[in-house]
Structure formats: C-alpha cells, structure tokens
Design a protein around this ligand. Structure first.
Ligand SMILES: NC(=O)C1=CN([C@@H]2O[C@H](COP(=O)(O)OP(=O)(O)OC[C@H]3O[C@@H](n4cnc5c(N)ncnc54)[C@H](O)[C@@H]3O)[C@@H](O)[C@H]2O)C=CC1
Ligand SMILES: CC/C=C\CC(=O)/C=C/C=C\C=C\C=C\[C@@H](O)[C@@H](O)C/C=C\CCC(=O)O
Length: 258
C-alpha cells in the first residue's frame, strides 16, 4: 500500500472533507490521528473506523485548533501513540462573516499554528524525519468571493503562508514540503453558511448571488477533494503548489509572476 508505515494528522477530521481525507489515507495504509473540536462526532467516527480498519489505525483527539495548548498536546499524544507524524493536513475551517474574528482564528491562525507545530516535529535540522504539510485553502483563496470577504482573506492568507513556507523550508533544508488544495464548492455543512443570515452577517443580502455562484461552479462530492489530496501527497515533486479542484477536474494553479 502506498502509505504503509506512514502516519497522518488531520484537523477537522470528524466530518466533511477532513473525514474523506482521513478515510482515503486509511484506505492507502496510513495511520491517522483525527483531530476535531466536535467531540461527539469524532468519537462516533472513531468507532466506525475501528470497525473497518481496527482500533490501532486511528486515534481521535478532541482539539480546538485555536488552542496552542490543546494542539500541542494532541500532536504529542499522536507521536506517543504512533511513533511519528509525517503527513499533516490543516483542514479545520469555518465560514462566519458575523463572527469574523473567529473565522480568522480558526481558518488562518489555526493553520499557522498547526503548520508550525508539525514543522517543529518534522524538521530534519532538529532531529525530525521530514514530511509533508497539506493545507486546505479554497478557490476563494485565489480570487474574490463576494459576500464572504473575511473568509476570502483567511484563505488568501493560507495560500500565501503555504507558498512562503514551502520556499522557507526549501531554503532552510528542513526536509518538509508544503502544499495546498483549493476546492470549489463541496457538499458539506460549511456551505449551509452561505445562505445562513447569521453566518453572512452584514452581507446576508448577498445570499442569492452566492447561491447563483454555487450553481455556476457546481458542488462537488467530498471524494473529489480527497482524491486530489492523495494525488498531491504522493507526488514528491510538488512543493509550494496549489491543486485546484473544480467540477471540470483538478489542475495545478499557475501563480502570476510579479
Ligand atoms: N465545503 C466547501 O465548499 C469548501 C470547503 N473548504 C474548506 O475545507 C475545510 C473543511 O471544511 P468542510 O469539510 O467543507 O466543512 P465542515 O463544516 O463539514 O467540516 C469542518 C470540520 O472542522 C471542524 N472544526 C471547526 N472549527 C474547528 C476548530 N476550531 N478546531 C478543530 N476543528 C474545528 C468542525 O467540527 C468540522 O468537523 C475548511 O477549511 C473549508 O474552509 C474549501 C473550499 C470549499
Ligand atoms: C463562504 C465559504 C463557502 C464555502 C467554502 C468555499 O471555500 C467555497 C468556495 C467556492 C468557490 C469560490 C469561488 C470563487 C471565485 C472567485 O475567485 C471569482 O473567480 C468569482 C467570484 C466573484 C466574482 C466577482 C469578481 O470577480 O469580482
């Protein structure tokens, strides 16, 4: 199996894209530490995965990516359990223009926090074995998304951070690759935020145009994202790349040269 002997950590793993990524990692032989703030959902998922793969292949750890203490403890527990972590996916995210500070805290600061914790563990210059970090951005990380300016800002931040970390890691000899996935709309709970006045906040009047954007772009099954994740993970030539996953297929984004 392609990922035999590999160990991954996935945030926001209890449902949606994170669950799908965790399952494709398991199907390909990896062990997976599942992190999520939703303890009940995560515990239920762990029970289900135990039945499919056996209890040794996964570990569910309740964790809020906004908490340095919880996140650091979660990584430590995963390393104690599995010996090492060489694949790290910062997936946890929310869409909430009303509580936009929380969106920044989860979507951007949580990704930075997870990337730095993973780097601290993986860095070959400090005794690590190297590895790969894949952050889940969005098509809204590459262009404007009307009605969700802060969500868009967080995803643009994830794109810029991930690209910069890839260059930083390469120049420093850390032995850690950084890449990202930029999906269009995917059928998960988060897209309910698009038409929820509470989440849209002052932009609630844009629910209809946003719905139209969704109709234009189409809504993907989560498996399209996890298949793209596996493709990106297994291609060791990819570093600092954004894999765009849209209805017509997946392709690596060409960033404009300045
Ligand atoms: N569904 C879509 O249309 C798209 C989603 N994305 C991104 O994909 C990622 C996954 O989202 P989905 O699976 O779509 O949504 P989802 O809402 O189904 O799943 C998000 C998961 O993250 C967890 N989570 C939320 N806040 C957390 C926190 N503070 N700490 C730990 N876990 C937390 C939730 O409990 C949930 O299990 C997000 O980063 C999202 O921005 C990107 C492009 C499109
Ligand atoms: C609010 C978050 C909702 C769901 C999660 C998510 O990330 C979904 C993203 C799906 C599609 C994003 C499309 C973004 C497209 C833009 O980059 C432009 O290409 C088109 C959008 C706006 C046109 C207005 C303009 O160009 O000024």
């Amino acid at each position: 199996m392609a990922l035999e002997g590999r160990t991954a950590m996935v945030t926001g793993a209890a449902q949606g894209i994170g669950r799908s990524i965790s399952e494709i990692l398991l199907k390909n032989g990896a062990k997976v530490a599942l992190l999520d703030v939703a303890e009940a959902t995560g515990t239920t998922l762990k029970k289900s995965l135990d039945g499919q793969y056996g209890p040794e292949r996964t570990l569910f750890i309740p964790c809020d990516v906004q908490s340095q203490q919880q996140f650091k403890a979660a990584l430590q527990k995963a390393v104690e359990t599995f010996g090492h972590v060489d694949i790290f996916c910062n997936n946890a995210g929310i869409a909430n223009e009303n509580d936009w500070e929380k969106a920044v805290s989860v979507n951007l600061m949580g990704v930075v926090r997870g990337s730095y914790l993973a780097l601290e563990h993986m860095n070959k210059l400090s005794g690590g074995q190297g590895g790969v970090i894949i952050n889940i951005a969005s098509l809204a990380g590459l262009g404007p998304f009307p009605g969700a300016p802060v969500y868009t800002a967080t995803k643009h931040g994830v794109v810029g951070f991930t690209r910069s970390m890839a260059a930083t890691s390469k120049m420093s000899g850390y032995g850690v690759r950084f890449n990202m996935i930029c999906p269009t709309f995917v059928q998960t709970d988060i897209i309910n935020s698009l038409t929820c006045p509470a989440a849209l906040g002052q932009f609630a009047h844009l629910a209809d145009p946003t719905r139209k954007l969704m109709e234009q772009h189409g809504v993907l099954d989560v498996s399209r994202v996890s298949e793209g994740f596996l493709q990106l993970l297994l291609d060791e030539t990819k570093d600092g790349e954004a894999l765009v996953v849209v209805s017509k297929g997946s392709q690596y984004y060409t960033f404009p040269s300045l």
